[in-house]
Ligand binder design. Structure first.
Ligand SMILES: NC(=O)c1ccc[n+]([C@@H]2O[C@H](COP(=O)([O-])OP(=O)(O)OC[C@H]3O[C@@H](n4cnc5c(N)ncnc54)[C@H](O)[C@@H]3O)[C@@H](O)[C@H]2O)c1
Length: 253
């Protein structure tokens, strides 16, 4: 088992990519704390890990609320004495160009995509330093390493996640804390439902993806979960400050 007895906290783990990564961490022996704002989905993910023979618990957490992040980290440290893995995954997408995105859309994007990752990492870091090391994965997106049309708030916040990841990584590398960014492209999860609606339905999006992505398809959540496992395990033991892009070639086409 790659993660035997490691304590892992995953935000946004009630669905999609975060959930698939959490399930794989559980399978690899981690004790997984599922932190999703959707309490039912969070509990269901934790139960699935447990019914597969793993160990998990859910702590309902909305990462846009500082006090809930503080409670998540304090409760986990109280129960387990350490946190080996923090996967900051919850995020939102506010689409649109400069003239259509309100300051509220920019503020919310910053608060959830960047500030929440910052705060959770800030609260976990002293414990990781004291225990001799740890791993943080911050979910960005391939929108954190390239530019698409009409994504001012999303691309800006996701580029900031990559910058923040790199800065954290060099500041704490000597404490054996590794920090990397996860940069998926199109992954088939409910996260894209608003875009599917905006495009006029599933078929339009399939055509769009066939045109834009060199591999001509969506990623599955399991393909991204394998990359998460790589980043949080010792398989990536000399890797820090990197943005791991898994996007079927979209960002370099
Ligand atoms: N799906 C994609 O194509 C794709 C591509 C690149 C990056 N991402 C990133 O992945 C993340 C979304 O993951 P997904 O695609 O698995 O989506 P998803 O919709 O399947 O799951 C998102 C989960 O996050 C939870 N969540 C949302 N806001 C939250 C909050 N404020 N606090 C706590 N939990 C919250 C939801 O309840 C849900 O369970 C985002 O950070 C997004 O930028 C997704």
């Amino acid at each position: 088992m790659l993660l035997k007895d490691r304590i892992a906290v995953v935000t946004g783990a009630g669905s999609g990519i975060g959930r698939a990564g959490a399930l794989l961490m559980g399978k690899e022996g981690a004790i997984v704390v599922i932190a999703d704002r959707d309490e039912t989905a969070g509990k269901a993910a934790a139960e699935e890990i447990c019914s597969a023979g793993g160990r998990a618990e859910a702590i309902a957490t909305n990462v846009s609320d500082d006090t809930q992040i503080e409670r998540l980290i304090a409760t986990t440290l109280d129960r387990h004495d350490r946190i080996d893995i923090l996967h900051n995954h919850a995020g939102i997408q506010v689409g649109g160009p400069l003239t259509e995105v309100g300051t509220d859309g920019m503020d919310t994007s910053w608060r959830i995509n960047v500030r929440a990752h910052f705060l959770a990492a800030k609260l976990v870091m002293p414990a990781m330093v004291a225990q001799g090391g740890g791993v943080i994965v911050n979910t960005a997106s391939n929108s954190g390493v390239f530019y698409d049309h009409e994504m001012i708030a999303y691309a800006t916040s996701k580029h900031a996640v990559v910058a923040m990841t790199r800065q954290m990584s060099i500041d704490y590398a000597r404490h054996n804390v590794r920090v990397n960014a996860l940069c998926p492209g199109w992954v088939d999860t409910p996260f894209n439902d608003p875009f599917v609606a905006q495009m006029g339905g599933r078929e339009a999006v399939e055509t769009y993806i066939r045109t834009k992505v060199p591999m001509q398809r969506w990623a599955t959540v399991n393909e991204i979960a394998e990359a998460i496992l790589f980043l949080v395990s010792d398989k990536s033991s000399f890797m820090t400050g990197q943005a791991l892009v898994i996007d079927g070639g979209e960002s370099i086409a």
